[in-house]
Design a protein around this ligand. Structure first.
Ligand code: NAI
Length: 328
């Protein structure tokens, strides 16, 4: 039998945690033949709730789940971790300024980055889900100097999946018929879902749909504001879909993208497509053997350029703000 892969999940007692842990334990994160050992990190007040979730995980009798440990200390939680899912974050509350939000999250992601640096496995892969995800990932990465920067990623896969769903409805096709969707930039309302390089059944998606008004006035805002629409409808923020996207992100990273397709991940920029080096921005990426690569050579027209720039400028502002706060 294979040695178990250690997966650390922060915010384990939260909504996304509750939807995520059972799918990790049932083999959807890494594969149906890969045993996992879970390490859960919570704040002290939520440890009891995490213990309750762990009781339920036991009660599922998952053959692949080889153990669960619960911690309220980051250093212990990331000891030996191969896959780190950073879900727990400080949400924006009423009257909170962006600076306060970034500072509160710096207080979470700086020590977690340090803990990953100190004790994670050599092959550690990090996915930041907790918002503001891109900048939280940047904070964690900047406090883990011994871990290659490309191991820190942030989640735009939910946006990617939302874009696939909207386009499939519009075109009357299955999501499986759509390839090469791209989310550019920040996981925020400025993100740019790009269908100009996407394909439906092998043909260009934008040309197939041939409806620029829909693209501008419906598709892009629907994808970008979907989180708010879910809160409005459900009375709670997206959790199962976010957890599913986190599963997809890591599964694709580890197992590779299909030939003729790519995915969207927020990864450290090497300057591709004019995105300043070092920003953690969403790009079209292919993955193979546990490594990602930004898809090169796509033509970006003026329409796309303006939208990518707007989102990337927001990321640069967030980076400048956390730099000013001494968080990176
Ligand atoms: P939640 O509030 O239900 O759960 C968050 C959990 O994190 C709580 O149990 C809390 O105790 C824990 N936590 C807080 N600080 C922590 C720390 N320092 N260490 C460990 N745990 C800590 O929130 P939910 O719905 O599970 O969402 C989690 C995060 O994911 C939020 O920041 C949310 O905005 C973000 N999100 C990101 C998405 C994306 O596409 N990137 C999509 C949906 C949500």
């Amino acid at each position: 039998t294979r040695t178990p892969v250690t997966v650390t999940v922060t915010g384990a007692a939260g909504q996304i945690g509750y939807a995520l842990l059972f799918r990790i334990a049932s083999g959807h994160l890494l594969g149906a033949d890969v045993p996992v050992r879970l390490r859960l990190l919570e704040i002290p007040q939520a440890v009891k709730a995490a213990e309750g979730t762990a009781m339920e995980l036991d009660d599922c009798a998952f053959p692949l789940l080889s153990g669960i440990d619960i911690f309220d200390d980051a250093t212990a939680a990331f000891e030996g971790t191969n896959v780190a899912l950073l879900v727990g974050a400080r949400p924006r509350t009423k009257g909170m300024e962006r600076g306060d939000l970034l500072e509160a999250n710096g207080g979470i992601f700086k020590p977690q980055g340090e803990a990953i640096n100190a004790g994670a496995a050599d092959d550690v892969k990090v996915l930041v889900v907790g918002n503001p995800a891109n900048t939280n990932a940047l904070i964690a990465q900047s406090h883990a100097p011994d871990v290659p920067a490309e191991r820190f990623t942030a989640m735009t896969r939910l946006d990617h999946n939302r874009a696939l769903a909207q386009l499939s409805k519009k075109a009357g096709v299955s999501v499986a018929d759509i390839k090469k969707m791209t989310i550019w930039g920040n996981h925020s309302a400025t993100q740019y879902p790009d269908v100009f390089h996407a394909e439906i059944g092998g043909k260009n998606a934008a040309e197939t749909v041939n409806d620029q008004a829909w693209l501008e006035n419906d598709f892009i805002p629907t994808v970008a504001k979907r989180g708010a629409a879910i809160i409005e409808a459900r009375g709670a923020s997206s959790a199962a879909s976010a957890a599913s996207a986190a599963i997809d992100h890591v599964h694709t990273w580890v197992n590779g993208t299909a030939d003729g397709d790519w995915t969207s991940m927020a990864v450290v920029s090497d300057g591709s497509y004019g995105v300043p080096e070092g920003l953690i921005s969403s790009f079209p990426v292919t993955t193979e053997d546990g490594k990602w690569e930004i898809v090169q050579g796509l033509e970006i027209d003026d329409f796309s350029r303006a939208r990518i720039d707007a989102s990337v400028n927001e990321l640069a502002e967030e980076r400048d703000a956390v730099r000013k706060l001494g968080l990176i």
